[in-house]
Design a protein around this ligand. Structure first.
Ligand SMILES: C[S@@+](CC[C@H](N)C(=O)[O-])C[C@H]1O[C@@H](n2cnc3c(N)ncnc32)[C@H](O)[C@@H]1O
Length: 267
């Protein structure tokens, strides 16, 4: 399935389109500790997977589609029927408790908000104003098919380290962290109330090195910056330069080409 149902900052559709020849032919479980919109996950449709993200609402959304996609769809249809400025802000302010309602709210806001990007303020509240798009139900949703794909997947809200530590020899670990570097912000960093710090990058490199030693196949995308390269031993990891067009124009002011880095090991 070559589409995601959420538009996500740092989404890897560009990677799937241009670099899928780098992916391993065979692996045991797919492990993705920075799931986001799940571009690679939906592309691969893995039979067995462990996926996670620190964003609780996001994980609840996946779980709701996996177990209750009909109710998510019904609620989403309701949002589509009622969509207007007042309704958008009413839903933005609401805090539903039921998983299907949390999922429908997230999908609705993701599709109708300005620039279509999930972003929260420092208190963890979704604070994006209404955008110009009005289509709430998309022909590419296929929630029934997605629910089937998700059957063999374990979803968890947690920090990346916990998930990486679960990867074993023969598993394929895909790491797509938020792009933050030591001395500058390169790209968009504002996915959840917890920003990704330099300490997190160091912690990530150590967790990846432990996984590499256990025989896990590793593919990571990161910012192409000397500080990041310096965290990985050139004798043990392969580096590939990758460039892409950035399309979050409202935030980065312009559609620039960004140089990205792909780091591989054991593949
Ligand atoms: C670049 S995005 C992933 C995009 C995804 N690969 C896609 O195709 O849409 C990075 C993700 O990392 C999550 N994240 C940030 N800090 C994290 C942490 N400490 N542990 C786990 N996930 C984290 C964010 O919520 C965000 O969804």
């Amino acid at each position: 399935m070559d589409s995601t149902f959420l538009k996500w900052a740092g989404g890897k559709n560009w990677f799937v389109k241009n670099y899928s020849d780098l992916l391993p032919q065979k692996y045991n479980r797919y492990v993705d500790p920075f799931l986001g919109g799940g571009a690679l996950y939906f592309h691969l449709e893995p039979k067995k997977a462990i996926v996670s993200d620190i964003n609780d609402e996001l994980i609840i959304t996946y779980q709701a589609i996996a177990t209750d996609w009909e109710r998510v769809t019904d609620r989403l249809k309701l949002h589509a029927q009622n969509h207007c400025k007042e309704y958008y802000y009413k839903i933005r302010q609401s805090r539903p408790r039921a998983p299907h309602a949390i999922a429908a709210r997230m999908i609705y806001l993701n599709r109708t908000c300005f620039n279509g990007i999930y972003r929260v303020n420092r208190s963890g509240e979704f604070n994006v104003p209404i955008g110009s798009k009005t289509t709430v139900i998309l022909p590419t949703d296929h929630f029934d098919k997605r629910a089937q794909i998700m059957r063999g997947t374990k979803f968890q809200t947690c920090d990346f380290e916990k998930t990486i530590n679960k990867a074993k020899a023969g598993d394929f670990l895909f790491c797509d962290p938020p792009y933050a570097v030591m001395d500058e912000k390169s790209g968009f960093v504002g996915y959840s109330k917890n920003l990704f710090s330099w300490d997190d990058q160091v912690r990530l490199s150590k967790a990846i090195e432990r996984a590499r030693k256990r025989g896990v196949m590793i593919l990571m995308t990161n910012v192409n910056h000397p500080t990041i390269r310096g965290l990985y031993d050139q004798d043990k990891y392969r580096f590939l330069d990758a460039s892409r067009k950035c399309c979050i124009s409202g935030i980065n002011k312009g559609r620039n080409t960004y140089n990205e880095l792909i780091i591989l090991s054991n593949i």
